[in-house]
Design a protein around this ligand. Structure first.
Ligand code: FE2
Length: 417
């Protein structure tokens, strides 16, 4: 099937609203992107450190189990019982020698092989499965797994590039930046957003909105366009890193720059400023770094809050953002506590993250009735997509759409890459 998308322009500076609402587009995305040659983020290796550890996750709308077998090898396979299709594991994570489906107790190894089922040989010579029933042949579908410095990715496709080629030097460098020290998991959050998953993928590449939508950011100087920073993409423009340097602007500079916006930098003061404490911990001096990986992943540093986020599409009109917060094994207690306090910025009730959810939901509501309408994406320029040493830009969003269109097989004539 080739959906008929009338791109008004070949540089993705106009994106039709209906792509966020259409059932057929959604089904095709699951097939060509999430079950296609893209690498999807699964979880962190630090979540399954021991033999027989497992963690449940999603690749697009497919439930997946990531597990470590007794020999230490990491496997990923579809979390769906071979028998009648029940989800095999419902917990977020755990440790078990055998994974057992609740419905008829069919039993799976940590490598995802069906290893046994009750009453296979029947009872007193009656019933049971046919003699030649082949357990191996019906075992759940497996994913190819790649481990990039402790960040686990999976793909269903044999056609996928190597993870090194997919992430590029750029992407691998970003993962290494965050995961160069052994990681300690601090907790999880889930944010359900009533909007299309691509609106969140756009949001992560949208450096323009950060200091306008997020009053907390601009008021307290956590993230402002007046800081030094920029956007940096891989060669294919499918991944991007939005970044900014701590303390690289002044309150006066910011006041002048935001004079014509609704932002009021003097309106509120925090009585407890612990939330704003920041301890530089990376050699590059960035206080905000948000590398985002097509299609479903983000690594995020906001001051000393560190995490991964995974986008889980839930039909064309909803998605979930699953966040894993982490610190490092060698953090002292004070640092761990500080990271947890800073974590109030993110998650479903966070001072920052809840606003992204709201913005996406009002887009979804308002665009349903405009099948002919388009997003206007021209901030930072039209035409070819390139890195920029400032953040008044939406160029990485056009990069996202260009790769989306390539995988979907819907590029316009002369479409930029
Ligand atoms: Fe945001």
């Amino acid at each position: 099937m080739k959906p008929d998308i009338a791109w008004p322009r070949n540089d993705y500076s106009r994106v039709p609203f209906w792509l966020h609402h259409d059932e057929d587009i959604y089904a095709l995305e699951m097939e060509r992107i999430f079950r296609g040659p893209a690498w999807s983020y699964l979880c962190l290796e630090a979540e399954i450190p021991n033999p027989c550890d497992f963690r449940t996750t999603w690749v697009g709308d497919t439930p997946v189990i990531v597990s470590r077998a007794k020999d230490g090898v990491i496997h990923a396979f579809v979390n769906r019982c071979s028998h009648r299709g029940a989800m095999i594991v419902r917990e977020l994570r755990g440790n078990a020698e055998r994974l057992v489906c609740l419905y008829h107790r069919w039993c799976y190894s940590n490598a995802g092989e069906l290893t046994g089922l009750p009453f296979r040989k029947g009872l007193k010579g009656e019933g049971g499965m046919p003699e030649d029933f082949d357990m191996k042949a019906v075992s759940p579908q497996r994913l190819k797994v790649a481990n990039c410095h402790g960040m686990l990715f999976g793909t269903f496709s044999d056609r996928a590039e190597t993870i090194e080629a997919y992430l590029g030097e750029f992407g691998i460098g970003m993962v290494r930046r965050f995961l160069s020290r052994p990681v300690r998991i601090l907790g999880y959050s889930r944010q359900r957003i009533a909007g299309n998953w691509k609106l969140y993928a756009e949001n992560l590449r949208d450096t323009y909105h950060a200091s306008l939508l997020h009053e907390f950011f601009v008021t307290y100087g956590v993230d402002r366009a007046t800081q030094k920073g920029g956007v940096k993409m891989d060669a294919r423009h499918r991944h991007n890193m939005n970044h900014a340097y701590a303390g690289s602007d002044s309150q006066e500079e910011a006041k002048a720059a935001y004079a014509d916006t609704a932002a009021r930098l003097d309106r509120m003061q925090l009585r407890d400023k612990k939330l704003l404490n920041y301890k530089n911990e990376f050699p590059d001096g960035m206080n905000l770094a948000a590398p985002t990986f097509f299609p479903n992943a983000l690594l995020i540093q906001i001051n000393n809050t560190l995490g991964t986020r995974q986008i889980r599409p839930k039909g064309p009109g909803a998605h979930e953002v699953f966040q894993t917060l982490f610190g490092y094994v060698d953090d002292d207690e004070a640092m761990t506590r500080h990271r947890l306090i800073s974590a109030n910025l993110v998650g479903p009730a966070g001072f920052v993250s809840m606003e992204d959810g709201e913005a996406i939901e009002v887009i979804q509501k308002a665009t349903r009735s405009s099948p002919e309408g388009c997003e206007v994406i021209e901030m930072g320029g039209r035409g070819p997509v390139a890195d920029q040493a400032h953040r008044v830009t939406e160029a990485p969003i056009r990069g996202f759409w260009s790769y989306w269109a390539e995988l979907m097989g819907v590029e316009p004539a002369g479409g930029i890459r």
